[in-house]
Design a protein around this ligand. Sequence first.
Ligand SMILES: Cc1cc2nc3c(=O)[nH]c(=O)nc-3n(C[C@H](O)[C@H](O)[C@H](O)COP(=O)(O)O)c2cc1C
Length: 233
Amino acid sequence: MKKLISLILPIAITVTFTACQSADGNSSGSAPTSSETAATTQSSTFSEDKSDVTADDSVIDMAETSQPENDETSEGGKTLIAYFSETGNTDKLAQIIHEQTGGELFRIEPVTPYPTGDALFDYTKNEQDNDERPEIAGTVENMEQYDTVFIGYPIWWYEVPQIIKTFLDEYDLSEKTIVPFNTHEGSRDGGTYRYIAQQEPNATVLEGLPIRGGDMQNDQTQTVREWLDRIGY
Ligand SMILES: Cc1cc2nc3c(=O)[nH]c(=O)nc-3n(C[C@H](O)[C@H](O)[C@H](O)COP(=O)(O)O)c2cc1C
């Protein structure tokens, strides 16, 4: 299934990109110059489901996530907003969360930058197939000081980007409250909230927020506010 998607995806993206150009009347004729194009042209490419992933995982069944014995709340503690964003959508979302929570921002960036344009797709597919852990530039100072860690990312190939796996491997998030959020173009959270809960059995993982990358063109402050209220933040 993954192989099939891998073959079809670049074609679908090319077709979508071509369609966008004619609809826009953009006659520059230039090929997608960077992955920015990819972020805005995949709305019809990604389905919600993946054969081995539960389709609607945007709301976690808390009974299935591990709760630390000492059930902490986020109130009063320090908050970190750690996120990866290749083409800017998740960055916008992280900035809104930052404005609303006052937490500290840490942008997760690879030591080796990702290739741009179509090359990004093959590169990241291989990275995922080989279960790589790309090295993160910089470090979160003193992770112990944070009670709550928001973790943001785009869905890549129906999963968290491999660099998010590096982040989860690198830091001890036990006993913390984790709040995932992500952007996507059809897969919603793609089962990634459940994945994070599985990887961090000693953390409390709250309901996450998935937003379409294309929707980040509009102000999402209200949506973010309602979500933060829902999770008691
Ligand atoms: C390599 C790659 C793989 C992607 N895979 C998916 C996917 O499986 N499902 C989906 O809904 N969107 C997928 N997308 C779309 C991104 O999740 C979406 O454009 C996101 O908003 C990009 O976030 P960013 O601008 O913060 O990097 C993919 C994008 C790229 C570049």
